[in-house]
Design a protein around this ligand. Structure first.
Ligand code: ADP
Ligand code: ASP
Ligand code: MG
Length: 403
């Protein structure tokens, strides 16, 4: 079997954990498998590197940031290779560019275009364990790029696709995908099987256990993913196209996202095309908008509120203020808040079951939590609330659906 295994930062945080992971890798190898391993940077290395950069230059270029951040993963694979060498197994560590992980040029948030499997194949043919630095690639200018926080999961799936792997195992610090983040919701339980669609929603709505792009890619190419713990040895969660539960629960999970900025454009002139003007301006600047709320006009004005990822906060503010200065957009005032969080429920079963949203709102009402905005789709309901209510909201909503 050809297996791609990925180990996250906490799984390789110190020498003892590196040895533990080396044990997992070498066991898979000894069982006769071809083993390709993707590693993240150790522990908090990526955060530490970001902090280091800030001390030198508060606004470094994205290119140089990628140059710096890619070092974390390179350190990880080299150390792991040394550990596995020490155990007497044949092993080689490779960077993203040695492997040929070709990406777009969007530094800090690059997308993988293609992976060249030649080098890895050669190494596997020599019966070596192949360690690949996650999260990094190379663009058409031969510059180093990174894939966005949590991006090593996506490296693993991309390699699994390129090598036509039989299985892609994502090892982390929890036993699998839970009905909510077990760190914040102690009653959360492990999900045995989850569909790509549900997992994609959960990951996109803030469950950082998997990078959302990794799920997107796994779905597109039908890669069977397993999320499991590098600590416990327990069976994990399988992510696949359809799941075999006898009775489908309406809701499979609850997620929160605190990296959100809420914009309120107040007193917009109430004429046709105003929403078009505002949102096409944002689209032109590649700002993704999430929840949108438009009030009924008062007099000849109306207000439009929306949320964006907090990474886009400054750019979004600049763009809207600039449009006022140039008279492209006429409004009275702009209010921006990052004291908000989004709490969501996800479940493929909710489309056929009326009342799921109402049940969620009831849980929030009982907990005395005020809802600012709501958005729904066939498989999710999201609410925007005050950031300080976020964990309490997750626990209340989770208790309502899962107890
Ligand atoms: P890694 O370093 O292995 O990539 P991450 O920190 O990216 O690990 O992801 C694992 C973390 O995701 C867990 O420690 C957990 O707190 C968090 N998490 C959030 N939502 C969920 C969920 N629904 N199920 C499991 N873990 C979750
Ligand atoms: N080291 C990177 C991060 O911390 C990538 C990853 O862990 O997947 O975001
Ligand atoms: Mg991760």
């Amino acid at each position: 079997m050809l297996i791609v295994q990925k180990f996250g930062g906490s799984s390789v945080a110190n020498p003892e954990r590196v040895r533990n992971v080396a044990g997992i890798i070498s066991r898979a190898y000894q069982q006769g498998n071809d083993v390709v391993v993707v590693l993240s940077a150790q522990g908090d290395t990526t955060d530490d590197l970001i902090e280091k950069a800030k001390q030198i230059n508060p606004k470094p270029s994205k290119r140089e940031m990628d140059m710096l951040l890619a070092c974390g993963e390179q350190e990880s694979v080299a150390l792991m290779a040394m550990c596995i060498e020490g155990m007497g197994f044949p092993v080689v560590s490779l960077t993203g560019w040695q492997v040929g992980v070709h990406t777009s040029s969007a530094y800090g948030l690059a997308r993988i275009y293609s992976v060249d499997s030649t080098r890895i194949r050669e190494e596997l043919d020599r019966r070596r364990i192949v360690l690949v630095a996650g999260f990094q690639g190379i663009n058409r200018y031969y510059d180093v790029t990174t894939l966005g926080r949590g991006g090593s999961d996506t490296t693993a799936v991309a390699l699994a696709v390129a090598l036509k792997a039989d299985l892609c195992q994502i090892y982390t610090d929890v036993d699998g995908v839970y009905t909510a983040d077990p760190r914040h919701v102690p009653d959360a339980t492990k999900i045995e099987e989850i569909t790509y669609d549900e997992m994609l929603e959960l990951a996109s709505l803030g469950a950082q256990v998997l990078h959302n792009r990794s799920v997107e890619m796994a779905k597109r190419y039908g890669v069977r993913m397993e999320v499991l713990s590098s600590f416990s040895g327990n069976p994990g969660t399988i992510v696949k196209e359809a799941v075999n539960t006898v009775e489908k629960t309406y809701v499979s999970g609850v997620a929160q996202d605190k990296s959100i900025a809420r914009f309120a454009v107040v007193g917009l002139k109430d004429v046709p095309g105003i929403a078009y003007k505002l949102f096409s301006l944002l689209a032109k600047n590649k700002i993704n908008v999430d929840i949108i709320l438009q009030s009924i006009g008062r007099g000849n004005t109306k207000d439009i509120s929306f949320t964006v990822s907090s990474d886009n906060k400054e750019l979004c503010k600049q763009v809207i203020e600039e449009a006022k200065r140039t008279n492209d957009l006429q409004y009275e005032s702009l209010d921006v808040s990052t004291d908000v969080a989004k709490v969501s429920i996800v479940g493929a079963g909710m489309v056929d079951n009326p009342g799921v949203a109402a049940t969620m709102f009831e849980a929030l009402f009982e907990a005395g939590i005020n809802i600012h905005m709501i958005s729904t789709s066939e498989i999710k309901v999201s609410v925007l609330i005050n950031i300080e209510d976020s964990e309490r909201a997750m626990r209340a909503v989770h208790a309502k659906f899962f107890q």
